[in-house]
Ligand binder design. Structure first.
Ligand code: BGC
Length: 767
């Protein structure tokens, strides 16, 4: 045994002992406190209320501007009702970090003064791509774009910055990351996910948690915070494509696809989890004992706190009608395993009913104790008893250039080049260009929702200092070379994606005078119900604009700025270049301009299949019958698997050659592993980054038809012109397991194919 090995063992044991010691310490404190608490104090801990409820205003649903706490309302909540948690901003508007400090500090002070048994409140907010609700914070690309970067280090760094800036706002609990699979382009929250793949989502989810909580999950560190895995489980897989509508997910599919990211995140030590607001197989998830207690708390061993989504206990009665009264709904949810109710308005009703239910024996006090233990554990772990609110003055790096650079880097690595006919890109900086389209001059569309406001509608008010695509292009090549006419613009009220013509003819006329057309299309910002969609095609006005611009004969570069892939097949063949920016955040315009004019070589890869038709929404993870060809089928029909672009697509300005795929074994048993090697060479003239993805196919499986292929591993690397690197991976037989109908993971003997780019090798698993 070498000295360094012994030393690392000692360190390992010491770290394990310390974390065990810390855990024991926390659980002692929790038990001591719990033993002193009255039933009301316990139920209060389980109650979460939104900020408007305690603000000065005419009612509990909105507040006067500028926002101020109503001390009497705060007192009532924390003293009479012992409320233990608050969330959200007020009036759906970001606050400065100074204001956040004042607000949270005042709540904590009143809470302390009013309660003999002092328990600090925990404040939670959705800071999902940067500190969403803090003015001046660093806004990163949304998760869907971060997934395209295929860069876990950048994801972790971004989350660490978000944690820092959230703590700089006095807030210690973040309702992020989203670990749902973005597998349905119709869904209004696809962009909040890391895309359609469970493995990619697992890797990036864990990276995000490491950034928020620290790799050691020491959330007592004032630069870390408690993360929230959401929305447990299967939230995006709705049959209708509309938010909060029923899903039908068989148990094996739930485990095979939806569960792994949550499992990985729980193993990574995440402290809290939020429940899916929807309904699976007819049962609202908030009332599902099997999912919340049997699966989550028992089988997965999740020891953290389970919070509902917005108003979802009420929804059991008022929306889903599985409970005939609010009281019944509360009983169902708490007995199913919910620890904290995001009420968020009528908290008295929740509180009174739950106290009653316990008194009547319909909810056992043990269940309440379990819930409160979980909540107190997080409060102790966050060090809230010592520091109930962190002070913005201790966070000098808030909004710093270093942080801005990280957001820019993420945008630059995520933007994805999908088409580059005759190498039209990058453009010469002496070119004259027309910038047009409804997304050309909007900070709102670059950021998407959850930006300074829920639907992102207040973005322009807060983001004036950042560059839209138009401004970034002007900065890049000079205003004199840039013409701008929107052609089409979003209608600001009514439906979130309505648009109308705006200087349409002028845009077409201006196209005649330039060398290139930069056509910026996509969607306005939206999330949740307001983002429900009836037609996945890009809007008629935008499609018409694209066709007419292309008809001028000038080369069109189509710039997509959208939360989900809007279908472009009616004119895709008429454009010369296509760049997907997703929702790249406040530095997205700058990063895009750098890519357009060659300062940055693009390296993003699609995190989903981009559909060609509305009736062909087939993800890359699909079954062989989606792809059968005429020769194979008995009925001689052809299945049309033909996405516009595929998961993993993304071009570069250089050319990479991948060759010499080698497997050190071609046969392994169920505990075996294979070492894989492949050579990659940059054959072009520019430095560039490339992603190597390893896919496998199980050629035959018992009981359940296998997926055509699945992503198993990936890495991203940078190569200079002419440079060659060897990339190595190790794949284990257990990585290839699938869930059968008995909910068991099966490693099945048989033949497999392993693919890296166009290279293929087969191997076997034997008994
Ligand atoms: C959303 C959650 C969010 C919560 C709190 C809900 O409507 O579904 O994702 O965390 O509101 O803002």
């Amino acid at each position: 045994m070498t000295k360094s090995y012994i030393l690392s063992l000692v360190i390992l044991f010491a770290t394990a002992a310390t974390s065990f010691g810390q855990e024991k310490d926390v659980s002692d404190k929790v038990e001591k406190l719990l033993s002193k608490m009255s039933l009301k104090e316990k139920v209060g801990q389980m109650t979460q209320v939104t900020l408007d409820v305690i603000g000065e205003g005419e009612n509990r649903y909105s507040s006067f501007e500028p926002f101020n706490l109503d001390r009497e309302l705060v007192r009532k909540a924390v003293s009479e009702y012992k409320v233990g948690s608050f969330l959200n901003t007020a009036n759906n508007r970001a606050l400065t970090r100074q204001k956040w400090y004042e607000v949270i500090n005042e709540i904590q002070d009143i809470n302390k003064a009013e309660n003999e048994l002092y328990i600090p409140i925990i404040y939670g907010v959705d800071q999902i791509h940067g500190a969403t609700y803090t003015a001046g914070a660093t806004m990163f690309p949304q998760q869907i774009a971060q997934a395209a970067s295929r860069n876990p280090e950048l994801v972790e760094k971004g989350a660490a910055i978000t944690a820092y800036e959230t703590r700089a706002s006095g807030i210690s609990w973040n309702f992020s990351p989203v670990l749902d699979l973005g597998m349905d382009p119709r869904f209004s929250r696809m962009w909040e996910s890391f895309g359609e793949d469970p493995y990619l989502t697992s890797v990036l989810g864990v990276a995000m948690i490491n950034g928020y909580e620290g790799k050691d999950n020491n959330i007592g560190n004032p630069e870390h915070l408690a993360s929230t895995l959401k929305h447990f489980l299967g939230y995006h897989a709705v049959t209708s494509g509309k938010d909060r509508t029923p899903s039908y997910i068989p148990e094996d599919a739930l485990r095979e696809y939806h569960l792994p990211p949550f499992k990985a995140a729980i193993e990574a030590g995440a402290h809290t989890i939020m429940v899916n607001s929807g309904i699976i197989n007819g049962v609202p998830v908030h009332a599902n004992y099997d999912l919340l207690t049997n699966l989550l708390k028992e089988e997965l061993g999740f020891e953290g706190l389970v919070v509902t989504d917005w108003a979802d206990i009420e929804n059991l009665h008022r929306r889903d009608r599985v409970a005939s009264s609010d009281r019944e709904a509360i009983k169902m949810a708490i007995n199913a395993g919910v620890d904290m109710s995001m009420v968020p308005y009528e908290y008295e009703r929740f509180f009174d009913n739950l106290v009653d239910l316990v008194k009547d024996g319909e909810v056992k006090e043990e269940r309440i104790n379990d819930a409160v233990r979980r909540i107190l554990k997080v409060k102790f772990a966050l060090n809230l008893f010592e520091t109930p609110v962190t002070h913005y003055k201790n966070y000098p790096k808030f909004g710093s250039e270093e942080f801005e650079q990280a957001a820019y880097d993420m945008a630059a690595e995520s933007i994805t080049l999908l088409k580059n006919k005759e190498e039209v890109l990058p453009l010469d900086k002496n070119s004259k260009v027309l910038v047009t389209g409804p997304n050309a001059n909007s900070m709102r569309t670059l950021n998407g929702a959850w930006t300074y406001s829920w639907q992102g509608e207040k973005t322009e008010e807060f983001a004036t200092q950042y560059n839209t695509i138009l401004e970034a292009v002007q900065n890049e090549i000079g205003k004199d070379k840039v013409a701008y006419f929107p052609g089409v613009n979003y209608v600001m009220d009514g439906n979130y994606y309505e648009d109308e013509k705006d200087q349409f003819k002028e845009a077409i006329a201006a196209a005649q005078e330039v060398d290139y057309i930069l056509l910026c299309v996509g969607e306005n910002s939206y999330t949740e119900k307001p983002g429900d969609l009836n037609d996945l095609y890009l809007s008629d006005n935008q499609t018409e604009l694209a066709k007419e611009l292309a008809a001028t004969g000038k080369p069109v570069i189509l710039i997509l700025n959208e939360g989900r892939p809007r279908i472009i097949s009616k004119f895709e063949q008429n454009v010369n270049g296509i760049i997907q920016t997703y929702l790249p955040g406040n530095y997205g315009g700058d990063a895009l301009a750098d890519i357009l004019f060659g300062d940055v070589n693009p390296s993003g890869k699609l995190p989903y299949n981009y559909p060609r038709y509305p009736n062909a929404l087939i993800p890359y993870i699909h079954k062989p019958s989606e792809e059968q060809t005429a020769a194979e089928g008995v009925y001689n029909y052809e299945a049309d698997y033909n996405p516009q672009f595929s998961f993993g697509d993304g071009l570069s300005y250089t050319h990479f050659e991948v060759k010499d795929l080698e497997l050190d074994k071609t046969s392994i048993n169920k505990t075996g592993k294979i070492n894989i090697k492949v050579q990659i060479t940059n054959k072009g003239k520019r430095k560039g980054k490339e992603v190597i993805e390893v896919y496998t196919s199980d050629l035959y499986a018992t009981g359940i038809t296998p997926d055509v292929k699945r992503l198993r591993m990936f890495t991203k690397l940078e190569l200079n012109p002419g440079e060659t690197k060897t990339v190595s991976f190790t794949i284990k037989a257990e990585d290839l397991a699938y869930f059968n109908k008995n909910r068991e993971p099966i490693i099945e003997p048989g033949e497999f194919e392993l693919m890296i780019k166009d290279l293929k090798q087969t191997f076997k698993i034997v008994e």
